[in-house]
Design a protein around this ligand. Sequence first.
Ligand code: SF4
Length: 286
Amino acid sequence: MTVTEEVVRRRPALSPSRASDFKQCPLLYRFRAVDRLPETPSKAQVRGTVVHAVLEQLYALPAAERVPQTAHKLLQPTWSKLTEDAPELAGQLFADGDSLEDWLASAAELLDGYFTLEDPRRLEPEACELLVESELPSGVLLRGYIDRLDVAPTGEIRVVDYKTGAAPREIGEAKALFQMKFYALVLWRLRGVVPKQLRLMYLSDRQSLAYAPDEAELKRFERTLEAIWQAVMRSAKTGDFRPNKSRLCDYCDHKAFCPAFGGTPPEYPGWPEPDSGTETVIDRAD
Ligand code: SF4
């Protein structure tokens, strides 16, 4: 099956990135999920994509080989493969005179940050970059990618997410927690077990944050997601996606089309079929 066929057959679903977009600013959601306006990935986003891909490959190797030198060696071929598959990732990355060497060195620093947080030789994850999908009793379909899933022999689940972005941590933290609760809910619905731990690993700060969800909280979160999806559906019918100005507008690529900044949005193209919830490779590497 080709990627296109796979996408066409999929039902509309809510992903953590798009749900979080709608919560932050309905118009941003529209620009990304409905108009699908192009965005230029930042250097930090592209670096995050490469680092995530290297860590995924590292865990595919025998445990004894998962050392910093191996991770560093994987950087260059991973970068070449990614730009071959998605040339837009390279974009204008080096337009301002940075060399590929310097840029790869900055990615190597993030990998070094990872090794200060844990020793991958001691872990055997059940999966990396795992696509999970679950339908809530209300019919809302949730879909997302989990960076890493660790399952103890006793069945306890740990969800791990690598944070590589340059956004200030106080802004990113609420968003990251929202994303982690999303995964916890999907896993609970899929496996009947509430994950024991949600672990965020900030590779550039070299710090990690652990969080233990409980069932009551995930039930409340489920209602939140249902309310978000209903609100998306209401806006979808009318095309009424309002801007919501905040500090996060600094990171928005679409100010030129935003009425809150004097712009005019393109004509509403109608609700997209079949899937407005897809996450891009960039979303997955924030
Ligand atoms: S600039 Fe701000 S208000 Fe406008 S679409 Fe982007 S996030 Fe929303």
